[in-house]
Each structure stands twice: as C-alpha cells, then as structure tokens.
Write a protein that binds this ligand. Sequence first.
Ligand code: BGC
Length: 335
Amino acid sequence: MKRIFFYTILIISFLIAVAYSLYSYRQSQIYDQKMLEVIAEETPLSKYHFALIGEEMDHDYWRLVGAGAKKAALENEVFVEYEGPKRSNPEEQLKLLDMAIQAKVDGIIVQALNDNFTPLINKAVKEGIPVITIDTDAPDSLRNAYIGTDNYAAGQLAGEALVKDTGGKATIGIITGGVDNAYNQHQLRVQGFRDAIAKVEGIKIIAIDESNLTRVQAEEKAYKMLTEHRDITAFYGTSSLDGIGIVAAASSLNKQDDLYVISFDALDENIDLLNKGEINAIVAQEPFEMGEKSIELMLNLIEKKSIPLVNHTNAAIIHRNDMDMIVEKKGNAHD
Ligand code: BGC
C-alpha cells in the first residue's frame, strides 16, 4: 500500500514538473516575441499611464506610430508603455490587451486586428478604461474612438490610381495581408479596390493570395501567380512589405519592366523602389500622425472633452514625380 502511495506521489510530481516546464517554455516564447518600449519615462509629473498596443514592433511602420506617440507623450507628460509582438501575432496582442485591463491603466490605445478584439475592448470600457482603436478599427465594439486610415477609402484610391495609370487596361494579381477576417484592414483595402475597378471593362482581377504580412510570402505568392497566370500585367499589394515581395518575384522572372505595381506605405524601402521605377505608385498612410493624435485624443477623452468617434488620418497616392510631399517625419522614427 505504502509503495502504491509512493509511486502515485512520484508520478504526480513528475506530471506537475512536466506541465510546469511546458508552461515556462511557452511563457518564455511569448516573452521572446514581445517587445516593450517605454515611450516616455514615468515621472512624478506623469499625469496618466497609457498602454499602446501595436501589431509588429520590429517594423518601420510601427516605429513611426511609436515616434508620433512619443512626441505627444513628452509634450503632455504622459507615461506610455508601447507594447506588441515582434512579429504579427494577434493572440499575443490580445494577451497584452488583457494585461493592460488587469493593470487598470488610465487608457488603452490598441490596433484591433480582427473581430476577436471586440469582447476585450468592451470589457475595458465597461470597467471604465477608455479605449481608442488605432490603424485598424473595431466598429462593432464599444471603443470610444478610432484613429487611422479609412481603409476602405484607401483601397478605392488605389483602384482609381491603377485605372488612371494603366489607361483602364490591366489584368491584376492581388497580394494581401490575409484573405479571411484575420486582418480587417486588409479586407477593407481589397473591398475598396474591387469596388473602384468594378465598372471598368478592361480591368479584371485574376488572382488573390495572402502574404501574412511578410515579404518572403509576398514574394512566394507573387512568383506563383506570375508563373500560373502569364497574362498578369499589374499587382496590388495591401500591406507594407507586399510591394517589396512583388518586385523581388518580378525581377527573378525578369518581368519587372512589364508590370505595374501599386502597394501600401511610404516606408524607406518602398520609396527606394518607387524612385527606381519598380513600384509605380504607393498608398501613403500617416502612421506618425496616428500615434501622435492617439495620445492627444486619449487626453481629451480622459479630461471629458468631446472627441469625434471616427478620426481619419490622410491616405494619399504618391508617384515618383511627387516625391516632395513624402512625409518628412519619417526621420523621426529613427530618433
Ligand atoms: C497596416 C498595418 C500593418 C502594417 C505592417 C500597414 O499598411 O496599416 O496594419 O501592421 O502595414 O504590415
């Protein structure tokens, strides 16, 4: 009897040890993926503590969002913790959102990547923590405001630019962040684009595939499309690194001179490709302004000043010949 008891205890201890090491391993993986930047130090003067949760911290687009938030945080003596996964990971973002609610911060600014964010946003608001969505909205949630691009309208702009630039004749491949509802902003950008080209007879979309926001997958998918559909004459890329992937695929097939490419975001590498003529047009968003205004809006909200529910930042089409209007704040991201 004693023996059975001894072995039972031994087995239970062993199982607990295994479970604990699996848990610790998972936690360390999560921790490895997470990056945190304290945008402005907490000082006795810090009026409020905000959490800003982005999609990919190791990404120039999100560095610009951080730079804008930092500017406003320093000007207003607010303590902002800027957190996010290193690489896009919606589950990790949800965890960070939950942690910010538990920490009872004074305000949460979060990119609401998909519909799974709505219940947690609602929880925060019901617990009295104001929430502003940034870059990607959750219109069905109780969020207090949204700051960012009108993603549907930006997709329309892209479609209109493509129609104009190609003289209304194109066979298009689309590379997008995601084709299901994992990434709401990309869905809207594709829908706006589809609607803008719908009535133009000479234009058709022949293929659509997802890059999962990585340049490697953008390249793989564009390569596959170009080999399967030899009649493609144009590409539309809806996420920041899609244009780079498309250009890489086109040049490895020696097709870069024959293709029209329009893609998102005025990041340095995209601008270089625009200057070289390998990307024909860019949909430039305003990530710096999003970060900056998100803090200002949150302060107004907390101080009970009324703010608009939807705050759209600009999106504009840039061609090589209007490079002068490139957002000079890009430099600030690297300060
Ligand atoms: C989108 C962001 C995304 C970023 C990086 C931008 O175009 O607005 O939602 O995180 O690209 O992929």
